[in-house]
Design a protein around this ligand. Structure first.
Ligand code: SAM
Length: 246
């Protein structure tokens, strides 16, 4: 994304994006642009839809109920969704919003809530998780919004896990060691990361995970991290060693 457009508001929309097309925004996005950001005719914004890259657009109508935009030019080609799979035991509301946003910023392409024995939250508002993922994608200039899956139990997840994908298991019971060697060995393979709940993994869950051939237990150091801290720490280590930070 050209840095010259970095200061422009970025909005995720559903319709196709093509040169010369006009697009009328819905009430919420119109209010945000016209009332909150006080954008008016002649101002520029960036739109993306997850398929057609990023487009520079110009306001040609600035009603607070229905802003009209004209598409000027494509400023970034569409990039593929990240291969990085991120599974986590859902946390209570605000921290759940936080964990979704951080997973997007840290480059996860699939976000999978996993219900484990000690997970404290069982019913999730999927549309809220999706809205958080879209908002984070708008902010961090991700062009392919990560997929947010419906929650699944750990058993179901493991029963259907594709063996070619390594599952990096953040195991607070693992002796403190550097994850570098374990992760280096996964270079070039599709990987997933699994973070447990505030109550950690149950003994039988840890035993089942550690017995699976595609599971790679890693330590995140000598201290017990809160689940949302562990998520960011683990994603950072993965991206730095075998991911897209290199
Ligand atoms: N049982 C503790 C508790 O009740 O707070 C720890 C659970 S911890 C908050 C949540 C998750 O973060 C763990 O299940 C694990 O996936 C990850 N985690 C936290 N600290 C870790 C560490 N030092 N090494 C590996 N994973 C860690």
């Amino acid at each position: 994304m050209p840095r010259s457009h970095a200061a422009l508001p970025r909005l995720f929309v559903a319709p196709d994006l093509a040169a010369g097309a006009q697009l009328t925004l819905g009430k919420e996005q119109s209010l945000y642009l016209a009332a909150v950001l006080r954008k008016s005719v002649g101002d520029d914004v960036v739109l993306f839809n997850g398929r057609d890259g990023a487009w520079l657009c110009r306001l040609v109508g600035d009603s607070k109920k229905s802003v009209v935009l004209e598409l000027v030019e494509q400023i970034a080609g569409q990039t593929p969704r990240s291969e990085l799979w991120y599974g986590f035991a859902p946390l209570k509301t605000e921290r759940l919003d936080y964990v979704i946003q951080k997973a997007v910023e840290m480059g996860a392409g699939t976000i999978q809530p996993v219900l484990t024995r000690f997970t404290q939250v069982s019913r999730l508002k999927h549309e809220r998780l999706v809205a958080n993922a879209i908002e984070a994608a708008e902010q961090c200039e991700v062009l392919a919004v990560p997929t947010v899956e419906q929650e699944v139990t750990l058993e179901r997840l493991l029963d259907g896990w594709p063996a070619e994908r390594a599952l990096i298991f953040a195991d607070e019971g693992e002796a403190s060691s550097s994850p570098v060697t374990a992760l280096e060995g996964l270079r070039g393979r599709p990987v997933g990361l699994l973070i447990g709940p505030e109550g950690g993994f149950a003994d039988e869950e840890r035993a089942r995970l550690r017995a699976l051939p595609y599971v790679v237990p890693v330590s995140l150091g000598p201290r017990i991290l809160r689940a949302d801290t562990a998520a960011v720490a683990a994603l950072a280590v993965i991206q730095a060693i075998i991911g897209d930070w290199r």
